[in-house]
Design a protein around this ligand. Structure first.
Ligand SMILES: [Zn+2]
Length: 471
């Protein structure tokens, strides 16, 4: 620290690193850079040597070999978790929903949701995620304190449907049977509950399931409620070719176009998945101002045909605010946005036989600022610049993923997993240090989640053993 002129001003924290990837308006990457923080807010980003002269920090995090990135965003992460690794293999989406997912959901008690929410937030933070979207959960009163305890930012609402969509109610569970009026009340209740919880890091959403399970009346009511309350109407949409074919038959138009036709697609809409789109769908999304969460690992694991039917490069080109998601355990088995970045960079290239389909820079942007924009949180997070919240991820570049290190964007897009995340700050508070949670007792949490999973699997009669003999 050098301050020969005595003009340095105080700040609470100075973080310095070999590479600071800002994702600011100019997409600057600072070699030997730093971030000065006061309270929960970034007050300066620049060369470490300059910040050293400018500030007298109360505390320092000096990581001379590390790479620093804005906190990543997970655009689709149900906390209504199913036991990880226990979903029977080989089922279609519909079979898996009926046999495993709906029974799991219906078995969860509030205390189970609290355990899952704490475990999921701990896992996301461990992988460098500081913001996530919960696109429909249950027992929200038990979930909100867990998110608050984690320190994460979130947008969250209640899982809602009226089972009166294009698919009818065949095959849907008795779990959460609601008529349209009750479903609308549930949307209002969820919104009011999150607002009353009063945590500045947690913003409400109006969540409708949306995959052929919701009436137009409910979808329109959700859109109106989101617009009136200046929040987001979140829905799963156009998730597979099968869904598109069904809605073409019932409505004579594809799901996205139908959502636009009933005037439920606007700048207060977040569409999840959109795995099957045509050019008109892309134009409808772009014209409406809606945002998108692209969840590549879900599409792959559930065999959604994303390589054949998706149009994510076109959504990027059209300027649609878009982020990446991992979804719940039945879909991804991991909560690592670095792995989503990898898939986002590479899947479209293979699908189109075009190595330029999605650049490494675009993929990294989707995992950071893109997600913050999609979740309508970019006013406070998604990039490292003065005025934004100090949501900061420090990667340990001693990890083999990172070496040799010439271009951190290439490492991030093609080689790095969240396991090299070493330190995470949210709003200037350290929530992960030396790869350990500073918030949760992780040993106790592991035991709690194992016990919860065993109890749920027992209840629904699923044996999660491997197919190979266990002796
Ligand atoms: Zn979902």
């Amino acid at each position: 620290m050098t301050d020969p002129a005595g003009t340095a001003r105080p700040c609470d924290l100075l973080v310095t690193a070999a590479w600071v990837i800002t994702v600011d308006a100019d997409r600057r990457i600072l070699r030997d850079g730093g971030i000065a923080v006061t309270g929960d807010t970034i007050v300066a980003v620049g060369k470490a040597a300059d910040l050293d002269r400018e500030f007298t920090p109360a505390r320092r995090i000096d990581r001379p070999d590390s790479v620093v990135l804005p906190g990543m965003a997970n655009g689709h992460r149900h906390l209504l978790c199913c036991a990880k690794g226990a979903m029977p293999e080989g089922g279609t989406t519909l079979q898996s929903l009926r046999r495993f997912i709906y029974p799991s959901f219906s078995s969860l008690e509030p205390e189970d949701m609290n355990v899952y929410a704490r475990h999921a937030t701990a896992e996301m933070i461990r992988n460098g995620t500081t913001l996530f979207e919960e696109p429909g959960c249950n027992h929200i009163d038990a979930v909100l304190p867990a998110i608050a305890e984690s320190g994460m930012r979130a947008r969250i609402g209640l899982w809602t449907w009226d089972q009166r969509g294009s698919g009818g109610s065949d095959g849907l569970p008795d779990w959460l049977r609601l008529d349209t009026a009750a479903a609308i009340r549930r949307l209002e209740d969820g919104l009011a509950t999150v607002q009353a919880f009063g945590n500045a890091r947690i913003r409400p959403a109006v969540c409708v399931e949306g995959v052929t399970t919701c009436s137009d009346e409910l979808t329109v009511a959700a859109a109106r409620l989101a617009e009136e309350s200046r929040t987001l109407a979140v829905q799963h949409k156009s998730t597979s070719q099968r869904e598109v074919e069904l809605e073409l038959k019932v409505f004579g138009e594809r799901p996205v176009k139908h959502t636009a036709s009933i005037k439920a697609l606007n700048e207060y809409t977040l569409l999840n998945h959109v795995t099957s789109l045509d050019a008109d769908d892309v134009a409808a999304i772009a014209d409406s101002g809606a945002t998108v969460s692209w969840n590549p690992s879900t599409a792959l694991k559930l065999a959604k045909g994303t390589t054949q039917h998706s149009r994510f490069p076109e959504l990027v080109a059209a300027g649609v605010p878009m982020g990446l998601g991992t979804d719940a355990e039945n879909c991804s088995n991991h909560q690592d946005i670095c792995r989503a970045i990898y898939l986002a960079a590479l899947l479209p290239r293979d699908a189109r036989e075009d190595p330029g389909a999605v650049s490494a820079e675009t993929a990294v942007e989707l995992g950071t600022l893109g997600g913050a924009r999609a979740l309508r949180f970019d006013d406070v997070t998604g990039s490292l610049e003065p005025g934004k919240q100090a949501d900061i991820v420090v990667f340990d570049t001693d990890d083999y993923d990172w070496r040799p290190l010439h271009n951190p964007i290439a490492n991030l897009a093609y080689g790095v997993t969240g396991h090299s995340v070493d330190t995470v700050l949210i709003g200037g508070e350290v929530v992960l240090e030396n790869k350990k949670s500073t918030v949760f007792d992780e040993d106790a949490l592991r035991e709690e989640v194992e016990a919860t999973d065993r109890r749920i699997l027992n209840k629904i009669g699923i044996d999660p053993s491997p197919a190979w003999p266990v002796i």
